[in-house]
Design a protein around this ligand. Structure first.
Ligand code: FAD
Length: 488
């Protein structure tokens, strides 16, 4: 598909000498931009439907915000690490099941969005005193009650507001729900966990929309061996061009012309755009002609949050055998938490997970300073903690290939923006977590949108070139292999 001259023949029904040649030359072509789960899913589905597919990826690796690092000598997911919804309805379940990849469940079936498993937390104040478990549970219930009250606030107000503002209104009305002292700090910690789910601070999360995404049943399962095997399997046999940063996409009735950083061009009948919302917001890709206003508005009005991971590798385990270690403090900004990977994987690793403003602030630090900062938080709660022997630091907010971690609803903006971002424009099809109405900010959401964009693209091409003998996608999703779940 490289070079504009060759493009014309791609759109023509050239007279072909053999069936195989005919099939090859007459197949429609598509360029997929972005090699994360959405792009790879779209490329796989279109390839399996006999399209000629080229995938252009700006990084020197595939996976995007799924990034399994092996430099500790074992897998560490520095991007996504949970399968949210360990159940057969999860679109990724068939492939994870087929690969025999184990999952470690960090929650029960009845998990709410941001909650993992309250029973397996150990929370500490900044003097290293552990918060009694019954207080953690009690404040957890109080937090749920406050959320119920915020729902009433939502019903009463036609104008949207932030979750934080709604909390204030609830406390004004219901002084009995106000907490003080250590309980207040634990409440801030719950807020901090909620902020982690959205990768945004409570003063920018929309009250109207925060709970509008769908949560699949089955709880949250950590990918014990990392997500890499899944993306590698999906990518097998595809024509993937790494280090190809797309800078321009021109569309016309006849097809698309995509330009990469070094000026080379690629042409095809259609394109699937599966780059992150942050990249679209930064206008790193120029559209010719420009995208319609409704699409540009959707890009501008959806929020992109930041969550990072700082993985600390120790020579031995010196912390309690719980899933999360939490630091409680007077503001949610000062609260934080560590995921204990030892419990799930057996490796002595704690992963510090700052979100929102804290993630932005730690991202400004050098990696060494960020790792020291995370370690200091740990020292506060476990004073005799030994120094890490290795560390890894993610930079999802400033990495030009992501410019954010995942999408969330800004205050006052409609929830249908995800759908508007997804809707095709001529022969451009959009995919990625930010186009998922039901499962934004997730790997399975990204994957589903890739399949959806591929199907839309296939249907459109079929419509235009009705006689094409396009095969149906055969990805084997219907092969049912049970998921391997440890714990619970
Ligand atoms: C820290 C963190 C933790 C997370 N935890 C979870 C979790 O536990 N479970 C979960 O389900 N989800 C989680 N997520 C969200 C999940 O990772 C994403 O929703 C999902 O991976 C997004 O996939 P995508 O294909 O839409 O985008 P991406 O994976 O970002 O793929 C987009 C691709 O486009 C490429 N690209 C960018 N610009 C260009 C360009 N100009 N030209 C060509 N290519 C370009 C990028 O390099 C990238 O490979 C997490 C995310 C982060 C950052």
């Amino acid at each position: 598909m490289e070079s504009p001259d060759k493009s014309k023949r791609q759109l023509k029904r050239a007279s072909c000498s053999s069936n195989a040649e005919r099939r090859q030359a007459c197949s429609p072509s598509v360029i997929v931009i972005g090699g994360g789960f959405a792009g790879i899913a779209a490329a796989r589905a279109l390839y399996d439907a006999s399209f000629r597919v080229v995938l252009l990826e700006s990084r020197d690796r595939i996976g995007g915000r799924v990034c399994t690092d092996y430099s500790f000598g074992f897998p560490i997911d520095m991007g996504a690490s949970w399968l949210h919804g360990v159940c057969k309805e999860n679109p990724l379940a068939p492939i994870i099941g087929r690969l025999g990849l184990p999952l470690y469940r960090t929650s029960g079936d009845n998990s709410v969005l941001y909650d993992h498993d309250l029973e397996s937390y150990a929370l500490f104040d900044t003097n290293g005193n552990q918060v009694p478990q019954d207080l953690v549970t009690k404040v957890g219930q109080a937090f749920e009650n406050i959320l119920v009250e915020t729902n009433k606030v939502r019903q009463e107000h036609s104008e949207d507001m932030s979750i934080l503002r709604a909390f204030d209104i609830v406390f004004e009305r219901r002084p009995d729900l106000r907490l003080e002292g250590l309980s207040y700090k634990v409440l801030q910690w719950y807020l901090c966990r909620m902020e982690g789910w959205f990768a945004a601070d409570a003063d920018s999360i929309s009250l109207r929309s925060w709970d509008q995404e769908e949560l699949l049943p089955g709880g949250h399962g950590l990918m014990v061996r990392g997500y890499r095997p899944v993306i590698n399997t999906l990518a097998k046999g595809l024509d993937i061009r790494l280090n190809h940063r797309v800078t321009q996409i021109a569309r016309s009735y006849n097809g698309v012309k995509v330009t990469v950083e070094d000026g080379r061009t690629f042409v095809a009948d259609a394109a699937v755009i599966a780059v992150p919302l942050g990249v679209l917001k930064a206008k790193g890709i120029k559209f010719e002609p420009k995208l319609p206003d409704w699409k540009e508005d959707a890009i501008a009005d959806l929020g992109v949050g930041i969550e990072n991971k700082i993985a600390l590798h120790f020579d031995k385990v010196f912390w309690p055998n719980v899933e999360f270690l939490g630091v409680v403090a007077s503001t949610s900004y000062e609260c934080s938490y560590f995921l204990n990977l030892h419990k799930a994987t057996g490796h002595p690793v704690l992963v510090y997970m700052p979100a929102g403003q804290l993630a932005q602030d730690t991202e400004k630090m050098s990696d060494e300073a960020a790792a020291s900062f995370a370690f200091m938080q740990l020292k506060n709660i476990i004073p005799d903690a030994s120094e890490p022997i290795q560390y890894l630091v993610s930079h999802w907010g400033t990495d030009t290939n992501s410019l954010g971690s995942y999408t969330y609803d800004l205050v006052g903006k409609p929830h249908d923006l995800y759908e508007r971002l997804r809707i095709p424009v001529d022969n451009l099809f959009f995919a990625g977590e930010a186009t998922s109405v039901n499962y934004p900010g997730s790997v399975h959401g990204a994957y589903s949108t890739g399949l959806m964009a591929a199907e839309d693209c296939r249907m459109r091409v079929l419509e235009r070139y009705g006689e094409f003998d396009l095969l149906n996608p055969t990805m084997g999703e219907d092969v049912s292999v049970p998921l391997l779940i440890s714990r619970i």
